[in-house]
Design a protein around this ligand. Structure first.
Ligand SMILES: Nc1nc2c(ncn2[C@@H]2O[C@H](COP(=O)(O)OP(=O)(O)OP(=O)(O)O)[C@@H](O)[C@H]2O)c(=O)[nH]1
Length: 874
């Protein structure tokens, strides 16, 4: 007692030192005991030393009981440990320690330690291993008894392993116990060595370890013998307390409760303890393997959590991970792949259920029971070149259906309409043209099931026909070709068929698989056949949806109506939308107040593929925004708010579209199977040459896929297609149109401009290999429009310019652009303001420019000034 008093004013580090432990260990114990402590300089308040020692005692008593069950091995190990402890801890003097020493001596004398010391290393290892995970062996030897022992150590809390070591140290009482037990039990233990049956040993230890708390107390008092009463009391108190708390000893039932209370994997261990308790009266029972057959995983988790889920000890899991080549600690997070592998190692099936955030509902996949799926009308988009008759065809189809089908109702424009033929419905999107279609797709909306490409028989395949085909192909949509205007005299529909074979659209009668229908939108010829063909394609593709669930869809159009407030035209794609439903559309929310169909009729509900117009929104969403019904308006509002925040963040944040700079990363991450490319060139010949060369590039299984190409400037449509298809745009001797440029910036589409074919090939290849070396990147610094030209002999042609954007500097390089096409690239020769040579001229000022070795400038040409900048690569 007096010794404790003297320690009362000790600082943590002094105390730790005195018992040959680290301050950290002591701090951990103090925290565990809920004794306030800051750091190693904290004073060990009155009584805290006693509490720590009590803690040691309780651990010690646990160890003792374990030894009692497992005399031979446990004692030999502890003997060695104790011996080491005593040697290393001479400061722990007094009866307790000398007793400990005596015991060890006794042990040694009794011959056990011979075993122990010669085996000490392996035993320690074994214990460690067991601590990690060595269940199966133990089980074969002694059922679960030893597990219990080991786990009881480990479960002594965060102190973990150190408590193993510590437990022996200051505890004078504890140190005695093993002796008492050891002496009596070891011979038996030896005899039974592998049998362990504590049932056999225990009767001998009877008073020593007899499980009920009192008897164990007695046991200790007995064995402690000459120890100070204080330490005895401590121990008694401790052991009782400890037992009470951790339910080491008393009835099995109670332990079971504890085990349950602590989560599964510990529960397992307790199972071991249980057995230990029961072993006094019952024969050892086989360990129950409660490994689950299947677990549900909802994303990454820590090793500890994985262990719980698998009903395994964390150390067992760690060991398994090590065998898989993954070094992990209990708190380390495992990714999904590792969890799958790990579960596989334990023979456990995994069901992955990644919870999708409600606010990203467009990514939410709902798996419908196939029995709930019903055929739905196909959704069709009409595309084609200007004036080839798209609008006329749409109007004709609509009017055909009005006269032939559903009576009444003045068709009104709601962005889409439905027609009925042979009792089957078809939904047409009312906005013809591929730009609108691809703009929707760029926003992630997949609305269309198939495309009608309208080609006027008198005009044939035109540039926008090709664009439309490529846009449809990029979206992987079935194509039906409507050869229009066949009423015109002298037209030859077969010429269109012939031309389209160049774009892999080969008619069925020529051995291909593309459906061609000759129509006259104006004369209403072939319309029915066209509709039948649409139904045929729909039948083949089996478009289905589940009408019996909440509605999902896509906004086709939305606007602010003066009288009605925000109005939204929507295509319901799944489920059924009802008046009164609360919903989110893009970042807006609302409740369906009124709903009308394409015939202008008020309806109460709308099933899959139905276009409707609804009111009841708070704001105006965007075309292409996803739509979904939620349980109530409050939920809808909170989701809309979250989406607005996420969008703001992503607008500010990183881009997700592929660029040549990060191409390699995408390839490496396995995200890409093909690099989508759009090529625009000054002449078709170079475009074809580029296509040929790029198609040959293949790196790490990734190929270049040209989704669109053509001659002429880079248009906004090209950029939108690139955005929708995650493509990069290559401009060869062409520039982007003004609108295209700003869209490319907004959509973060990588537009690369070249004038040497070799450079294109090399740069793409290097990018795919991750070796792109854009230490120098071109930076356009300004544009000047040529307003006048002056020919001066000996000087050449001077361009009288107005700087329209940025600035032109004396040191810049230039390009001359005529009608979107680069006609020359070279150095700027002179830059003058009036008669003076100047270094730079800013936007809004006039200047005179001459270009080195180039005089063929014309009014209306644009001089693009650029510099080469060093770019830091990531
Ligand atoms: N002779 C004849 N003329 C047609 C036919 N279909 C459309 N036209 C005419 O072709 C012209 C263009 O038709 P639109 O329907 O406006 O063509 P579009 O493809 O929608 O044109 P944009 O909206 O400008 O892209 C109109 O004058 C139509 O009357 C047809 O089958 N036969």
């Amino acid at each position: 007692m007096s010794k404790q008093e003297s320690k009362d004013k000790l600082r943590v580090y002094e105390y730790a030192k005195s018992i040959n432990m680290s301050s950290k260990e002591i701090i951990t114990i103090l925290k565990k005991l809920e004794i306030p402590v800051n750091n190693h300089m904290s004073v060990m308040e009155n009584g805290s030393v006693a509490k720590v020692e009590q803690f040691f005692n309780s651990i010690k008593s646990d160890a003792a009981s374990k030894r009692a069950q497992n005399p031979a091995q446990a004692v030999s190990t502890s003997a060695v440990k104790d011996d080491k402890l005593n040697r290393s801890n001479p400061s722990l003097q007094g009866g307790a320690n000398s007793n400990l020493k005596n015991e060890i001596k006794t042990n040694q004398e009794s011959g056990n330690v011979q075993n122990a010391s010669s085996d000490s290393q392996p035993k320690k290892q074994q214990e460690k291993q067991v601590g990690m995970n060595n269940r199966p062996n133990q089980n074969t030897n002694n059922g679960t008894q030893r597990q219990g022992g080991q786990d009881s150590r480990r479960t002594n809390g965060s102190v973990g392993q150190s408590s193993n070591g510590q437990s022996n140290r200051p505890s004078s009482a504890g140190s005695n116990r093993p002796a008492g037990q050891g002496n009596s039990s070891r011979p038996t233990g030896q005899g039974n060595n592998t049998n362990r049956p504590s049932g056999q040993n225990r009767p001998q230890q009877g008073s020593t370890t007899g499980r009920p708390a009192q008897s164990s107390g007695q046991g200790r008092t007995n064995s402690t013998g000459g120890n100070t009463q204080g330490s005895n009391n401590n121990r008694g108190g401790n052991s009782n307390q400890n037992r009470g708390n951790s339910s080491n000893r008393p009835g099995a039932g109670r332990r079971f409760e504890d085990g349950n209370g602590r989560g599964n994997y510990r529960g397992n261990n307790r199972g071991g303890k249980n057995n230990r308790g029961r072993n006094q009266n019952q024969p050892p029972r086989e360990k129950i393997d409660n490994t689950p057959k299947k677990i549900i995983v909802r994303g990454n988790m820590t090793v500890g959590d994985a262990a719980k889920l698998l009903h395994k000890d964390a150390s067992e899991v760690i060991k398994k991970l090590i065998s898989m080549g993954v070094m992990a600690t209990i708190n380390q997070e495992l990714d999904l792949d590792t969890i799958l592998l790990l579960a596989g190692e334990f023979g456990v099936e995994v069901e992955v259920k990644i919870p999708v955030e409600d606010d990203r509902f467009e990514t939410m996949e709902e798996n419908d029971d196939p029995a709930d799926l019903q055929a739905r009308p196909p959704v069709v988009t009409i595309m084609g070149h200007v004036d080839h008759g798209k609008t006329t065809l749409l109007d004709t189809i609509r009017s055909t259906s009005v006269t032939s089908g559903e009576a009444g109702g003045i068709t009104q424009h709601i962005g889409a309409y439905q027609v009925e033929i042979n009792n089957k419905k078809i939904t047409f999107l009312d906005t013809p043209g591929h730009e609108a279609f691809t703009a929707m797709r760029a926003r992630g909306a997949e609305v269309t099931d198939m495309t009608i490409i309208v080609v006027a028989a008198d005009d044939g395949v035109m540039p926008q026909t090709v664009e439309a085909i490529n846009h449809a192909k990029a979206a992987n949509l079935p194509i039906i070709v409507a050869v229009n205007k066949i009423d015109k005299p002298g037209v030859d529909p077969d010429r269109v068929k012939q031309e389209l074979t160049n774009y892999e659209l080969v008619p069925e009668e020529w051995g291909g698989d593309t459906i061609f229908v000759n129509v006259s939108a104006k004369q209403k010829m072939g319309i029915e056949e066209l509709l039948e063909m649409i139904l045929l394609v729909a039948e083949v593709n089996e478009y289905k949806a589940n009408p019996v669930k909440r509605a999902r869809g896509t906004v086709i159009e939305a606007e602010l109506d003066k009288g009605r407030g925000p109005v939204m035209r929507l295509l319901v794609q799944n489920g059924t939308l009802k008046v009164g439903d609360a919903f989110v559309a893009g970042n807006c929310f609302g409740r369906v107040r009124a709903m009308v169909n394409d015939k202008g009729r008020k309806i109460k509900e709308a099933g899959p593929s139905t276009p409707v117009e609804i009111t009841g929104l708070q704001e105006v969403p965007l075309a292409g925004d996803p739509f979904m019904v939620f349980e109530d308006e409050r939920k809808a509002r909170s989701i809309a708010d979250k989406r607005a925040i996420t969008q703001r963040e992503s607008d500010l944040g990183t881009q997700t579209r592929v660029t040549l700079d990060d191409l390699f990363q995408h390839i490496k991450d396995g995200e890409m199977k093909a690099l989508n490319v759009i090529i625009k060139g000054d002449v078709q010949g170079t475009v074809e040459a580029l296509k040929g060369s790029l198609a040959k590039i293949e790196v790490e299984g990734v190929r270049v896929k040209i989704i669109h190409s053509g001659a002429g400037a880079i248009t906004e449509s090209d950029i939108i297609l690139a955005a929708a298809s995650n493509a990069i745009v290559i401009g060869f001797n062409v520039r982007p149109e003004v609108q295209a440029k700003s869209t490319a910036e907004a959509e973060k589409v990588d537009v690369r401009l070249y004038n040497v074919i070799y450079n294109v090939i090399e740069e793409i290849e290097q990018a795919m290999k991750g070796m792109l070396d854009p230490e120098f990147k071109e930076k356009v610094i300004g544009h000047a429009e040529i307003r006048n030209t002056f020919k001066i002999s000996k000087v050449g042609t001077i361009a009288g310019c107005m700087v329209t954007s940025g600035k032109i500097t004396r040191a810049s390089q230039t390009r001359i652009i005529r009608d979107g096409i680069v006609i020359f690239e070279g150095k700027l020769d002179t830059l003058k303001r009036f008669k003076d040579e100047v270094k730079e001229v800013a936007q809004g000022y006039e200047c005179g420019i001459t270009i080195e070795n180039f005089n063929d400038i014309k009014e209306g040409d644009v001089i693009e000034a650029f510099v080469m900048e060093t770019v830091e690569r990531k």
